[in-house]
Design a protein around this ligand. Structure first.
Ligand SMILES: *Cc1c(COP(=O)(O)O)cnc(C)c1O
Length: 374
């Protein structure tokens, strides 16, 4: 409508509609299916620690109170575990919330945010909302981070460099050498953001301790983590960030809405964080299932990026949206990639062994019916 167009800023109306997919209950009703295999949102099908569920129940009696806006107990637990002062931690309503807040703190209209492509949509969307420009650098042909291009882009002093490692949607994790090169090339005007939403899924033998690499770096940086993925608490919306300085965090809390982290999320996150055995068990199982599914797809000649996360980025050899739609008709949800250059790819979350088998069976049924991508 004309009046809406005049009302809303162009930076907002020109944004794409977020590619989130249908809620599984809606889909079940539409298709008349009893059961959905949900592999489109990188959730953890094993769920959170049972102690987290218990903690949420215990919160119920106090629901009339506002939550602890200082996140006192969770902050202390994470600070002790990471060996950083609690005053350098920030919590948000999911790490997505923190991304939006941090961009609002530092990005002015016309400035530049550098990231990779393919990439996590919000890393770009949050820039576009603010009238900033997102510069996207493609991964190399063998799915390495484009470190040369990143270093060249840093020479132009962007406001933010944001990288997810492991990458969503590619799954690859940065090497220690890549991390060190990027840190060394970052100018002091650039905020360096490492989004580690999937870090718990990285094979321990190759995991890079980004916080340790940043210890001697004097410029501004943030490392983001979340309870939505490996900790199995996506519904509660809680994530956290570690920053280079207390001053940065103090300013972040001026922008954040005061009670954005709810009491159930705080209690559940604290219980989940303490249950290291549960985390080790579920991430170990997902790593095994990742290997099994990757091997099965490779045996069928699908090209896929080497993943350190709980998903695989698979070249379907066909139009990815058509593959995803056909799979959805069989009750299997995957995420088709829509960024130009990657439209034959689908992102498939690693679920249970049975879910992986159902995905493979459905793919085997639908793929031969779809034309190969040109
Ligand atoms: C899932 C995801 C997040 C956000 O998760 P929250 O649920 O908002 O904590 C952030 N970054 C990446 C790369 C993700 O894939």
């Amino acid at each position: 409508m004309e009046s809406t167009k005049a009302l809303i800023r162009d930076e907002v109306t020109s944004l794409p509609i977020y590619n989130a997919g249908l809620h599984p209950e809606t889909l079940k009703r539409r298709l008349g299916l009893a059961h959905i295999v949900k592999l489109d949102s990188n959730e953890n099908p094993f769920g959170p620690s049972p102690r987290a569920i218990e903690a949420v129940r215990d919160v119920a009696a106090g629901l009339f109170r506002y939550p602890d806006r200082d996140e006192t107990n969770l902050r202390a637990a994470i600070a002790a575990h990471l060996g950083v002062p609690g005053a350098r931690l920030a919590f948000g309503n999911g790490s997505e919330d923190l991304i939006a807040i941090i961009y609002r703190m530092v990005v002015r209209p016309g400035e530049t945010v550098v990231t990779t492509v393919p990439s996590f949509g919000l890393h770009q969307i949050c820039a576009q909302v603010l009238g900033a420009k997102a510069v996207t650098l493609p991964f190399t042909a063998d799915w390495q981070f484009p470190v040369e291009a990143i270093v060249a882009a840093l020479a132009r002093r962007p406001r933010i460099l944001i990288l997810s490692s492991p990458s969503n949607p590619v799954g690859v994790a940065m090497s220690e050498r890549d991390v060190d090169r990027i840190i060394a090339a970052t100018p002091p005007e650039t905020l360096l953001i490492f989004d580690e939403a999937y870090v718990e899924y990285v094979d321990p033998a190759v995991r890079v301790d980004v916080l340790a690499r940043l210890k001697t770096y004097s410029g501004p940086w943030v490392v983001l983590r979340t309870f939505s993925k490996a900790y199995g608490l996506a519904a509660l919306r809680i994530g956290y960030g570690v920053a280079h300085s207390v001053d940065f965090i103090e300013n972040l809390y001026k922008v954040r809405s005061p009670f954005s982290v709810n009491a159930a999320a705080l209690a559940a996150a604290q219980a989940a964080f303490a249950d290291e055995a549960h985390l080790a068990k579920v991430t170990g199982t997902i790593r095994e299932n990742r290997q099994v599914l990757a091997a099965a797809l490779a045996a069928q000649d699908y090209a896929l990026a080497p993943s350190q996360a709980n998903f695989l980025f698979v070249d379907s050899g066909r139009d990815g949206a058509a593959v995803a739609a056909a799979l959805r008709g069989k009750g299997v949800l995957v995420k088709p990639w829509l960024e130009p250059g990657y439209t034959s790819f689908i992102r498939v979350t690693i679920g249970t062994r049975a879910e992986g088998e159902e995905f493979l069976a459905a793919l085997g049924e639908v793929a031969p019916t779809l034309a190969a991508a040109s």
